[in-house]
Write a protein that binds this ligand. Structure first.
Ligand SMILES: [Mn+2]
Length: 552
């Protein structure tokens, strides 16, 4: 079972750092198969912190939806194209399967061999029965099917089209029939009949299978050797020997070359739809070169997905990595408002209105008595500093202050110095495109029957704001129209002055409800507002409520 610890889409510092630190805590407490992940790109500030503390960025996962690779069988039982139908049947029976994939020497899938197809080959309809005597196989393969032994001539391993013939008629009739088959490679099955044997050797048939286990006269063997006719002894009677010999046909003659296949990365949901429409019973899973990497059976769709999620720094599926709703959520560690998540079984749900998720994770380490490494302490400091604007945001609590102090002693880093370093790196307005600036920390919401988005960027001051104002407003309007939102807004926070500008594009009836001072079209001054979750979001919800009551 693989456990992925992951923060929200458009991850911020707290999301990235809490995922890394919590995954590490899980590993240290003995859980295996735990990895940290991120649901989106990382910005310059996060990159700076990861480098400073020497930690690799968590793996990027854009979609957690179950894939074919999650449930497919990777230990594939396959059969080579050159194998005999007889051998394939033995494998099918031994493994209690309904069929097999057929591969070439490079393990590329050539088709499927089904028990049904084999049955059809061995028991053709009456109309096609004549052709059933033609078998493309080597003499070696034919002999192997009935466990015979060579008594004269050579045993070719080259496949060729052979005509299976039984010498069960009177000598005259036999002679006439042999003439008819002159141009064919005849493999004659005959019992203890010296005359027939002699005639066949003189006619230089390709091979003779002496059935019934009778001893063969040495003179006849000598005759066969001189005429270069292969003679094989079968321990079985004629009927049994011929029946088994037909299984020498190569599987590539019997395979089904039209079949439904998947790639390991195919979404399981898509595969399920295609499999349901297909008459196939197994589905080869192929790599880009056609190589066979797995097999999917219809019963595999019922398997439990061997992956689970731990959500950090969010608890709303709208904000979670795509596909999160399709797999089991094991834990939620968060400090945001509740977003109506539900589960099938009891789960660990730790929501604590502290300044950052990193603060909560740090408390988890302490509670479990597990030592925090200096690099993880550094990461968690960065998460606390970024989310609380270095302990100045209204979301900050005395617990955050105490935890940040303790982490500083472990990481041997001064919190104020770290804060200065973080916020001086990569001013979003200076270093990002307009598109990035409105998306880097944007969250979607669906509240009071309305959908909207709220983004935030932090600046050391408003120096670069005026030059970007028009472009930011235009980009917000594009996003709002594209996603069909009531409004899209961006909070530009000056962390030194502890103020923010709020840029909003959206329905006029909503904009009317904003009571802060308007400083230019669609830009409001929010003095003392720095927190999205604790200040802006509750305010926006009030505005929405006011709008609804006016609408009525
Ligand atoms: Mn957070």
């Amino acid at each position: 079972m693989e456990t992925t610890v992951i923060g929200h889409r458009n991850p911020d510092m707290d999301s990235i750092c809490s995922a890394l630190a919590y995954a590490e805590l899980k590993r240290l407490s003995g859980q295996t198969g735990v990895r940290a992940a991120r649901a989106g790109g990382i910005n310059e500030r996060i990159d700076f912190v990861l480098k400073k503390f020497g930690v690799e960025a968590p793996v990027l996962i854009k979609d957690m939806s179950p894939r074919v690779a999650d449930v497919m069988e990777t230990e594939v039982v396959a059969v080579r194209a050159g194998s005999s139908v007889y051998d394939a049947l033995q494998i099918i029976e031994r493994n209690q399967m309904r069929g097999l994939p057929v591969v070439d020497e490079m393990n590329r899938c050539l088709g499927l061999l089904s028990a049904f197809k084999i049955t059809h080959h061995l028991y053709p309809s009456r109309e096609q029965a004549e052709s059933a005597r033609h078998v493309t196989a080597s003499l070696e393969a034919i002999m192997a099917t009935f466990g015979g032994s060579l008594v004269a001539g050579v045993l070719s391993s080259e496949p060729a089209e052979q005509l299976l013939m039984v010498g069960a008629m009177a000598e005259d009739s036999f002679a006439t029939r042999l003439e008819r088959y002159e141009h064919l490679q005849v493999v004659l099955f005959v019992g203890d009949r010296p005359q027939i044997l002699s005639m066949a050797i003189k006619a230089r048939v390709n091979a003779i299978v002496c059935t019934g286990g009778y001893p063969i006269d040495e003179a006849i063997c000598e005759e066969a050797r001189e005429a270069k006719v292969t003679m094989i002894l079968s321990p079985h009677d004629t009927a049994t020997s011929v029946l088994l010999a037909r299984g020498a046909a190569q599987v590539e003659r019997v395979l089904e070359s039209e079949y439904q296949s998947f790639e390991a990365e195919t979404f399981l949901e898509d595969a399920r739809g295609l499999a349901a429409q297909s008459a196939g019973f197994i589905f080869p899973v192929l790599d880009s070169g056609g190589g066979l990497v797995g097999i999917l059976s219809k019963s595999d769709f019922l398997k439990e997905i061997p992956r689970q999620l731990i959500l950090v720094d969010h608890n709303e599926l709208d904000q979670a990595v795509r596909g999160a709703e399709k797999i089991k959520i094991l834990e939620v560690i968060d400090h945001h408002k509740l977003g109506g998540i539900s589960s099938d079984t009891p789960i660990l749900f730790l929501n604590n209105p502290l300044g950052s998720t990193c603060t909560i994770v740090s408390l988890c380490y302490e509670q479990m008595g597990i030592a925090i490494s200096p690099s993880m302490a550094g990461l968690m400091m960065a998460g606390i500093i970024a989310d609380t604007l270095n302990l100045t945001s209204p979301t900050n609590t005395p617990v955050d202050v105490a935890v940040l102090g303790r982490l500083g002693k472990i990481a041997l880093v001064d919190p104020d110095q770290l804060a200065r370093e973080i916020f001086s790196v990569g001013s979003p307005l200076l270093t990002m495109t307009t598109e990035q600036a409105i998306r880097v920390d944007s969250k979607p919401y669906a509240d009071l029957g309305q959908r909207f988005s709220v983004a935030q960027i932090e600046e050391l001051n408003f120096d670069y704001f005026e030059g970007r104002r028009a472009d930011l407003l235009e980009a917000l309007e594009l996003e709002r129209a594209r996603d069909g939102l009531l409004f899209a807004c961006l909070l530009v926070t000056d962390i030194s002055g502890q103020n923010s500008y709020l840029l909003v594009r959206g329905a006029e009836r909503f904009l009317r409800t904003i009571s802060y001072p308007l400083i230019s079209p669609q830009v409001w001054m929010l003095a003392g507002v720095v927190s999205r979750k604790k200040q802006l979001l509750p305010y926006l919800l009030q505005c929405l409520a006011r709008m609804s009551s006016h609408d009525e």
